[in-house]
Design a protein around this ligand. Structure first.
Ligand SMILES: *Cc1c(COP(=O)(O)O)cnc(C)c1O
Length: 395
């Protein structure tokens, strides 16, 4: 059994705050703070350029990738870190499309995160492909013989709705297409089995449920059957077979290494590596069970105490990730009032109050406190003040 009291103690959780926004930015693992300091002082400071070999900076993107692989149902040597998620979406999507050169269609859904859709729009323009976007419930019916790549975010950032990765991948394969899964709201939030689902490509970020810190690097996974076949469109020197031969012409490194682009964010990777320590000893099945307990308790609590709110997430836990949304016509102001009371969730336009439940550090007391404060604010109307209606830059 996973010791979730111990994992909670591994985080710095500011006094007086109930943090339900780990789906946007995970809190700081205590080990990350110490690692950042030692990285800068002992590695950058003392080793200078020799740190690439002596401290293993060059191998770090693969080494940290292996730690993430365990959480997403991938094998060792199959995941590499670097860049931002938007760039990794581009890399994986372009690679997948190139494996189906006589097909033009990329299919996604309207629940996908805008950056993924923007990237697909840009790629479609560049390589003469067509992006089709359908409602999440219409994806299965839209898979046909024209499809090159099915590109989906497994857990919808706004509603928490979870796609059936195995079933959709099987369907796409039957139609001769490949799949690309964005795990931004899945990795560290739900149990995942990329290998079992027979997916083709996957990407995700590490600053949400993996707690790698703001701007932490993204990960990319390619199924081993494609890893030596894909030709990356971003042919950077760190993905070259022999970067330090400084050849004029590109030759792809073997396997997932070719998905590296340029110099990795070494300091951020050291921090992420420390954040991954918290995952040692966490069983994916326990994570999922606890996530379901937390989200179910929150839904039941809010529905009993807040009649003005409408559930904006699937009621069936099997179809839901680790977050819950509720709609309120003045959702932005309600969320600002909640944050002023120390309950941090976030708001997604046009009217969704969004709450993420991270099994590593959230518990049933957090759920109880959030429900209690939310119910009080809605009952006494104290959310409806001018200051709570003022829009900030980042919502
Ligand atoms: C959070 C998120 C992103 C953000 O991409 P960045 O390049 O890291 O800013 C992209 N896609 C999805 C599905 C996300 O949830």
């Amino acid at each position: 059994m996973t010791d979730f009291a111990a994992t909670r103690r591994a985080f710095h959780l500011p006094e007086g705050i109930t943090y339900l926004d780990g789906n946007s930015l995970g809190p700081m693992p205590l080990a990350a703070r110490d690692r950042a300091a030692s990285m800068i002082r002992d590695e950058w400071g003392e080793m200078l350029i020799t740190g690439w070999n002596r401290a293993g900076w060059y191998a770090q993107p693969r080494r940290v990738g292996d730690r993430i692989a365990r959480l997403i149902g991938a094998g060792p040597g199959e995941v590499v870190m670097g860049d931002t998620l938007s760039i990794k979406v581009f890399q994986a999507l372009s690679a997948a499309r190139a494996l189906r050169p006589d097909r033009r269609v990329i299919l996604s859904d309207s629940g996908n995160f805008p950056s993924d859709l923007y990237v697909a729009q840009g790629l479609a323009r560049a390589v003469d492909a067509e992006l089709r976007v359908v409602a999440p419930e219409d994806v299965t019916a839209a898979i046909d013989g024209d499809l090159a790549v099915l590109m989906l975010t497994e857990v919808d950032y706004r509603t928490g709705r979870r796609h059936d990765m195995a079933a959709l991948t099987e369907r796409a394969h039957a139609a001769g297409a490949l799949t690309l899964w964005d795990l931004a709201h899945s990795a560290g939030a739900v149990d995942l089995d990329l290998t079992g689902a027979d997916a083709d490509f996957a990407v995700g970020c590490t600053y949400k449920y993996l707690n790698g810190g703001p701007g932490a690097p993204a990960f990319i996974w390619t199924h081993p059957r494609h890893a030596d076949a894909v030709q990356p469109i971003l042919q950077g020197w760190m993905g070259h077979r022999a970067p330090f031969a400084f050849d004029q012409d590109y030759a792809a490194a073997p396997g997932i290494e070719r998905m590296r682009v340029g110099t990795p964010p070494v300091i951020a990777l050291a921090v992420l590596d420390a954040a991954m320590d918290v995952w040692e000893g966490v069983a994916p099945a326990d994570l999922r069970a606890r996530s379901i307990d937390l989200t179910e308790a929150f839904i039941a609590g809010v529905e009993a105490a807040c009649p003005d709110l409408v559930l904006n997430s699937p009621r069936d836990s099997a179809r839901r990730g680790s977050q819950v949304g509720f709609r309120h016509p003045q959702g932005y102001a309600v969320m600002q009032a909640l944050i002023a009371e120390g309950i941090i969730g976030d708001f997604r336009a046009p009217d969704v109050l969004r709450f993420g439940f991270a099994p590593l550090y959230n518990d049933l007391e957090d759920v109880g406190r959030a429900v209690e404060v939310l119910a009080r604010l809605l009952r006494d109307g104290s959310w409806d003040r001018a200051k709570f209606h003022q829009l900030a830059d980042v919502t």
